[in-house]
Every structure is written in structure tokens, then in C-alpha cells.
Write a protein that binds this ligand. Structure first.
Ligand code: KIV
Ligand code: ZN
Length: 515
């Protein structure tokens, strides 16, 4: 029987540390539900002690998720560990993940601690954590640049105290596959109680080798847990990409001889959701989830594929959840057809009233756009009337005028609280004019960090999906808006970002600002 590799997803924690990728509580819950559909074994929902907002988000994820283990990161001290345990109180299955740096550089410069102090603190923290949970992971931060003898002593010590998973991060993405695999193997061989814990790999992608290093950690080193993120999201060049790991293990099962429990058909929906929420667009040639990952344009390739798809394809697009932009519904489709398509897409609707409300949205989109694709339905379902009613700023309508050689003008009507306001402004282009019109009223003074437009499906019939990233008072928020009219989508995205800045319950410092 093949060994199982545990898939530990850290999109909501390490992924969130990407500058600008900070997520609200509701966004984390939406992504966590998709990770559960994907059947990841462990969801690292955040870093409870980093902010009140992250504590609340972890608690909400813990309450919502039933099938995956929910985890919180904590520095290896009593206060952080207690906070992690409190956030995980309602989890069906919980894990506390404590970390402390073990490399000479980090110990001397960052921690200002001697190796003996680090060893003692590591052991003490795990002893403490074991009173609060049974499932405890210890990470030796910057583990790959740590001195082998010392690291062996730390790992042996924390396993003795009850750590059940040992994670050896390549925090700065310095490793190469063979060396990293050998490093894990040496550790496992030299630590006398190594068989009492699951070994885990956590690689950053600074040299573009995170996936290869993680796989080597499994194949050469004998690790049985891989830490990864959807789309490889993460600080700097990102983390190990979940979709690449899963498809490498599956496609090259002949070589790895390992299994994982992931439902690969949920990969593309997960990728799209993470990209939509964070505003981190997936590059077209990205393996597995890029728009071109399964596109063949050269005549020779197309000819080969038509004769036998295996000539040029090692994976099937539908196996990872690409739905081939099928026209699924249109103006004449009924409520039952809509409901059935939602079920096929794995979108759960609990209350009848929510279904009715979603169907009204669908009909209104179908009036604007004759062909409705799966992607459109996913976009419709990412909003709800209840959420919109609670919005402080809510888009109502827009008209704009632009002509070559003239400065565009826009008039935007939106709700502020329960008051309807209209405002007019000029700008460099119609989008700029529309956002200026909103800003005339709101006067947020927020700095615009990003504006990006994406077509949800192909062709000019597509809805535009706009992401606006704003910064104010140490907080960075993303707003997303979709509409067949990209100017309206831009205004919606801007108002959505302003809502997040306005809402105190979303008052979360950007993850990378954690003290
Ligand atoms: O990269 C790293 O070292 C980490 C640890 C905190 C697990 O993310
Ligand atoms: Zn990391």
C-alpha cells in the first residue's frame, strides 16, 4: 500500500502574509469551506495572537469546518499558545502550531537568545501546548539553515515533550531539492525518537524550487506532510503550490508511490476563489491552474491531441476542475436548472430564501448577458443580498461620457448608509472619473495600491472582474467587483474596498505587520 502524504494548507496564514493579500473573516471562511471541499487534511487558518481580527477569523473557521483539522500558528510562548487554543475552542479537530527559530543567524540577531535558551524554550512551549491540545506541530523556523547537531537536539527534545508533527521550513527558499531531501533524511536518521512524529516540509519559492524541494523532502527525506498554498500564494516569491504538489503526486504515482486525499476536481474553483479574494491574478502559463495550462495552439500539437490526447497531455483539464467555459444557462433557464447547476458546482445553499435571492441575481445577469457560464455563477454566488444590505456603501448605477480628445466624465449613484447620493467627476479615463466621483463624497484619502481587470470567461461578452487594493492607516484591503460593464465593475470594487476600510469588525492589520 502506498503511504499517505498529509496536505497542510497555509493559504490563510502564510499565504496571507503576501503584502496586500490580507483577508477578512468572511473571506477566510469562504476559502476554508472551499479547502474543505478540496479535502485538505489541515487548514492553517491564521496566527491567533497576531491581531484581534485574525483571532476572530480563526474562531469562525474553526466553527465552520467539520472535516479538516483547523490549525493556528503561535510563537513558542505561553501567551501565543493560549491564544491559539482559545481561537480553536470550537474546532471539531484542532492543531496548535508553535514555532521558534533555530538558525544561528535568527537566534543571534532576531531572537537574541543563546542556543541553550532556544532549546529550553522550545521544549517548555510544547510541554505547555500539550495541556491544551493533543495535536501539536513544532516548526524550527529557518530550520534548513540551522546547524545539524543543534537541530537534532531541539527536535528530539520537542518530540519527547509531545510534539506530534515536526516541520523543517526552508524559510528563505535557499534549499535545492537533493540537499533538502538529504537534510530531512539525516535528521530523521539521527534523531533517536524520530518515528514518534510525522515529518513535514515547508518550502518558500525564492529560487523557484519550492515544489521540487518539498517533493524531494518526501521522496528522499521521508517526510509525510507537505505545507503549501493555493496558487503558491505567499510572501516574496510565495510558497509551495498545492495544485502542483497534488498533480505531481498523482501524475507521477509510478515514481512517488504516494497518495493524498485531495479531490483534484476542486483545484480550479479553489484557485479562482483565492485569486478573486486576494486580487493576486494567476499567470496564464502557471502549471495546472493557469488559463493556458491546457491550451494547445500549435497545429502539430492539436493534430496529435485529436488523434490521441496523451500525445501532448499528461493530465486532463477536467480532472483538475476546468469546466471548458460551457454555456450552462441562459435567460430562459428556470429555477430548477439553476439549483441543479449550483449543486453540480458544489455550492451549498441552505435556505430556500437564499436560493430565491441568488436566482433573482442570476436572472438580472441573464438580462444583461445572453450566455451564463459556470464562472459567472460562481461570481454571482460570491455576493449575497444579506451581505449587500449590510454594506455601508452600495453601488446603484453609473453613467459616463468619454470621447477621443475629451476628458471623460462620470456620474455615480450609490447608497451611503440608508441615503442615496449621486456624484460627478472627471478623470484621466472613465474608470478614474468614476472612482473620483465616489471619492468626492466618501473622502477616504486611501492610497490606491492596485487596480486590475480580469475577464471572468473568454471573449468580450465576458463579465469583467476588477480588483482594487487600498491602503490606509496601516491596513491594506482588497475590493472586488464584477459586472459585464468594466466601469461599473470598477466602481463596485472601489466601494467594496471602502466598505472594508469602514467596517471596524474588519479592522485587521495586514498580516505582515504582526509585531
Ligand atoms: O517559513 C517559515 O519558517 C514559516 C514558519 C513560521 C512555519 O512559515
Ligand atoms: Zn513560511
Amino acid at each position: 500500500m502506498s503511504d499517505k502524504v498529509i496536505i497542510f494548507d497555509t493559504t490563510l496564514r502564510d499565504g496571507e502574509q503576501s503584502p496586500g493579500a490580507s483577508m477578512t473573516k468572511d473571506e477566510k471562511v469562504r476559502i476554508a469551506r472551499q479547502l474543505e471541499r478540496l479535502k485538505v487534511d489541515v487548514i492553517e487558518a491564521g496566527f491567533a495572537a497576531s491581531s484581534e481580527g485574525d483571532f476572530q477569523a480563526i474562531s469562525a473557521v474553526a466553527a465552520a469546518i467539520k472535516d479538516s483539522i483547523v490549525c493556528s500558528l503561535a510563537r513558542a510562548n505561553d501567551k501565543d499558545i493560549t491564544r491559539a487554543a482559545d481561537a480553536l475552542k470550537f474546532a471539531n479537530a484542532k492543531r496548535i502550531h508553535a514555532f521558534l527559530a533555530t538558525s544561528p543567524l535568527h537566534m543571534a540577531v532576531k531572537l537574541r537568545m543563546s542556543p541553550e535558551e532556544v532549546l529550553e524554550q522550545s521544549k517548555r512551549s510544547i510541554r505547555f501546548a500539550r495541556n491544551l491540545a493533543d495535536d501539536i506541530e513544532f516548526s524550527a523556523e529557518d530550520g534548513y539553515r540551522s546547524e545539524m547537531d543543534f537541530l537534532c537536539r531541539v527536535v528530539e527534545g520537542v518530540i519527547n515533550e509531545g510534539a506530534t508533527t515536526i516541520n523543517i521550513p526552508d524559510t528563505v527558499g535557499y534549499a535545492t531539492p537533493e540537499l533538502y531531501g538529504e537534510f530531512i533524511k539525516t535528521l530523521r536518521t539521527r534523531v533517536p525518537n524520530s518515528d514518534k512524529a510525522v515529518w513535514s516540509v515547508h518550502c518558500h519559492n525564492d529560487l523557484g524550487m519550492a515544489v521540487a524541494n518539498s517533493l524531494a523532502g518526501v521522496k528522499i527525506g521521508g517526510a509525510r506532510q507537505i505545507e503549501c498554498t493555493v496558487n503558491g500564494l505567499g510572501e516574496r516569491a510565495g510558497n509551495t503550490a498545492l495544485e502542483e504538489i497534488v498533480m505531481a503526486l498523482r501524475t507521477r504515482k509510478d515514481y512517488f508511490d504516494m497518495v493524498c486525499g485531495i479531490d483534484a476536481t476542486q483545484i480550479v474553483p479553489a484557485s479562482k476563489l483565492v485569486s478573486q479574494i486576494t486580487g493576486f491574478v494567476v499567470q496564464p502559463n502557471k502549471a495546472v491552474v493557469g488559463a493556458n495550462a491546457f491550451a494547445h495552439t500549435s497545429g502539430i500539437h492539436q493534430d496529435g491531441i485529436l488523434k490521441n490526447r496523451e500525445t501532448y497531455e499528461i493530465m486532463r483539464a477536467e480532472d483538475v476542475g476546468w469546466s471548458a467555459n460551457k454555456i450552462v444557462l441562459g435567460k430562459l433557464s428556470g429555477r430548477n436548472a439553476f439549483k441543479q447547476r449550483l449543486q453540480e458546482l458544489g455550492i451549498a445553499i441552505e435556505a430556500e430564501a437564499d436560493l430565491n435571492e441568488a436566482f433573482v441575481r442570476f436572472k438580472s445577469l441573464a438580462d444583461q448577458k445572453s450566455e451564463i457560464f459556470d464562472e459567472d455563477i460562481i461570481a454571482i454566488m460570491s455576493n449575497s443580498a444579506t451581505a449587500e444590505a449590510a454594506e455601508h456603501y452600495h453601488f446603484l448605477s453609473l453613467s459616463q461620457h468619454s470621447e477621443t480628445g475629451e476628458r471623460p466624465k462620470s456620474r455615480v449613484t450609490f447608497r451611503v448608509g440608508d441615503k442615496e447620493v449621486s456624484s460627478e467627476a472627471e478623470g484621466n479615463g472613465p474608470v478614474d472619473a468614476s472612482l473620483n466621483a465616489i471619492e468626492e463624497v466618501v473622502k477616504s484619502g486611501a492610497e490606491q495600491l492596485l487596480y486590475s481587470v480580469n475577464a471572468i470567461t473568454s471573449g468580450t461578452q465576458s463579465q469583467g472582474e476588477v480588483t482594487v487594493r487600498l491602503a490606509k492607516g496601516g491596513r491594506i484591503v482588497n475590493g472586488v467587483g464584477t459586472d459585464p460593464d468594466i466601469i461599473a465593475a470598477s466602481a463596485k470594487a472601489y466601494l467594496s474596498a471602502l466598505n472594508k476600510l469602514h467596517d471596524p469588525s474588519q479592522a485587521k492589520l495586514n498580516a505582515q505587520m504582526t509585531p
